[in-house]
Ligand binder design. Structure first.
Ligand SMILES: [Zn+2]
Length: 174
């Protein structure tokens, strides 16, 4: 595998001058456009790498996003309740979904988390598959950044499995 790169993520590559960049259209677009990008990318990645590897790539990308989300919005946070509050507010403000904590075990660092109206899957047809692997990575990236521990995050219910809300278990590992 080549390690040659011409890009690594940073917020500056996204740009923050949207008032100048899009004076008429502004900073928002439609959910369809976000999903068009995500699901065409998934189509091609699955074609080349298969389902499992594609899930892994999306999960890893999600973890980068979660880490960067943490670095941008959560560095002043002092404890888990403070972290939860910032995530709830930012997810809502950015139109990513309605984030809620269902249960927390602080001793073992085990969480059950919900995201309603999820950006990736809310309203999609039932497929009997948990499809929010990018979100799994996203939550993993945030929790790992905050705690300094490794986390495994898995979606346990998804809109696409008929649950109408996405539920995630997040457990510190190792
Ligand atoms: Zn889902």
């Amino acid at each position: 595998m080549t390690t040659e790169r011409k890009y690594t993520f940073s917020w500056s590559t996204i740009g923050d001058q949207l008032a100048i960049a899009r004076p008429s259209l502004g900073a928002t677009t439609r959910v369809e456009v976000y999903r068009l990008l995500q699901y065409t990318l998934r189509d091609i990645l699955e074609e080349d790498y298969g389902h499992q590897k594609t899930d892994e790539i999306f999960r890893r990308a999600g973890a980068v996003a979660g880490r960067e989300f943490f670095n941008k919005f959560c560095t002043d946070v002092e404890d888990i309740p403070g972290l939860v509050m910032v995530i709830e507010n930012k997810f809502r403000d950015l139109g990513m979904g309605l984030f809620r904590v269902e249960s927390i075990n602080l001793e073992d660092l085990c969480f059950t988390l919900n995201v309603e109206e999820d950006l990736d899957c809310s309203g999609l047809p039932d497929t009997n598959e948990q499809i929010c692997v990018y979100d799994e990575g996203f939550i993993q990236g945030i929790l790992e950044s905050f705690t300094g521990k490794k986390f495994e995050v898995r979606e346990i219910d998804c809109w696409c499995t008929g649950a109408r809300t996405c539920r995630f278990s997040a457990n510190a590992v190792g």
